[in-house]
Write a protein that binds this ligand. Sequence first.
Ligand code: ADP
Ligand code: MG
Length: 691
Amino acid sequence: RATLVDDEEGGVLFVSAPPPSSSSGFGHSSLERQRQRLPVFKYRDAILYLVENHATTIIVGETGSGKTTQIPQAGWAEGGRVVACTQPRRLAVQSVASRVAEEMGVKIGEEVGYTIRFEDQTNPSVTVIKFLTDGVLIREMMNDPLLTKYSVIMVDEAHERSLSTDMLLGLLKKIQRRRPELRIIISSATIEAKSMSNFFQARKKDLRHAAEDCVPSHLPAILSVEGKGYTVEIHYVEEPVPDYLQAAVGTVLSINDKEPAGDILVFLTGQDDIDAAVKLLREDTQDDRRRTSGLLVLPLYSGLSRVDQDLVFAPTPRGKRKVVISTNIAETSLTLEGVVYVVDSGFSKQRFYNPISDIESLVVTPISKASARQRAGRAGRIQPGKCFRLYTEEYFLKEMPTEGIPEMQRSNLISCVIQLKALGIDNILGFDWLASPPPEAMVRALEVLYSLGILDEDAKLTSPIGYQVAEIPLDPMISKMILSACSFGCSEEIITIAAVLSVQSIWVSMWGAQKEFDEVKLRFAAAEGDHVTYLNVYKGFLNSGKSSQWCYKNYLNYQAMKKVVDVREQLSRLLRRLGLALKSYHTGFSECPLFLSFILRKAIIAGFFANSCHLEEYSHNGLYKTVRSSEEVFIHPSSVLFRVNPKWVVYHSLMSTNKHYMRNVIAIDPSWLIEAAPHFYQVRTPNLAPC
Ligand code: ADP
Ligand code: MG
């Protein structure tokens, strides 16, 4: 039994660790034995006890201790209760759900299921353990505000402090007041348990509606599960490295030369640099068999196909050394067995938003010390390991920030505002935040939503546009683009574009093959820009009979294209449900391509007018400035308009490394901006300026 200790200071209950109960003896499969060895498995009774008696339980345990896979299986399902377990990342949702289904010996989508955006693998009448992203759970509140179908909700990976996790925690606190029987579990690898506990400390009077015999303690319980990580030796570089990608590849080769057996986990930032490193290492295998013939090099990032995901988790073949090159998804969300060496680039890709310039971009950013420690920890899972940091010790000690900044404080809040509004929360600044969002960002979001016609002057959702936008599970700017396309009569085309924009990239990595890639793009390129090019690609894919061979020949990612078809189908169902007719310009209007070219771009601008830029007059290197804040930006090399440089453009998103790069760009006529958003722009001859 757990011992409960009162903490005088905060009135918080701490639980000292109970002696692990010996494993139960039944179940002899190796999977069952693996489970029983996990620290969390041994705490099962204590967890059941605490959750029964506390409205909120906070569980802290090292990565790989079994939090995600074992807590949902602890036995809540008895008595027909349903447990939800949220994750910030889609890939983690799929991966842990299939692992738990395997451990329980059931088919995924039956007792154990998962839901991510545009993919529901559950069966409401039999699913008792459901994994989902925190964003999807927030969406479920729109139809079921008190989340009545769940008895236990586990918010996992809370230390990540993703925007949706923070929103979810505030919303769950509200729900808890109305549903005293609901149990919340918050779990994480390195949580600031005390501040989380203070946040969830319910007032006694809030629990007064609970039946006498089921009054839970209003004080959250904190359970800390001991880890059993081995020591990890840390190595630093002597001098700062000029190129972390090359340095990472070099380090992998040198580990392979000098170090005894054990898999290698490399942390880079995103699909681009991961694919590049994979390519370099695989090429090296061909160049020099002796050095790398034993390497099995695999990428790991979201958007990876099922087959590729499974390869990462499959046991390393005898005589081989697995090298997994990953984003920070392998930092705490997923555990890879067999890793003995970690190579840490010191960077990750993060969202950053500047409310002054109103620019949000994905930025390659230095990680925090907390992340660096987590990354190193991954090397000590099965035996003492080594971590090679591609930065200097001095940098680590003196310059690396201690903690990361919660996403809430570095994001554009447009989606967040619209979702809270749709849930009836009008005073967003007064919402119970774990950490308050910056007021400037909030003001910017309100401003943009107003000019999109989603909020009215009283900051309430407009009808029908505002409510419809809130129903579509996409970025509000994309949703607005779709709704406008419905009135322009080109919604069939626009939902194809929206589907392509919702997958990471339909092209396979072009790293090191820019020339070939440029040639391929020319086969599909539309003068208007990327969005219209995607229509040509989609048409080609359908004409090929959705052939994987065709994709291969055209540098297209077959899995991504299949996803596009699937997302598009779901969007068309959703629009029909919203009572919006799907129209193609072929059926509605003349076949004049020029006409389509106009209406498509006008629909896109209706959503994305805030992202307009113009080419600097005397620029010879493709320098653009944003209209809103005169920020310097460039067209990304993956765009069909790269080197074409039209005078005026609108972009879909920005990616930043050493420069801001616009991804997915169309050429426009500036007068369309004023037409689409008169509140947003004014004409200041000869140029356009924000109001
Ligand atoms: P935590 O959430 O505490 O980090 P998990 O519950 O995710 O831990 O992992 C517990 C164990 O289950 C780990 O040893 C991990 O290797 C294993 N595991 C989890 N998911 C998978 C998977 N998809 N395939 C194989 N093993 C997995
Ligand atoms: Mg986990």
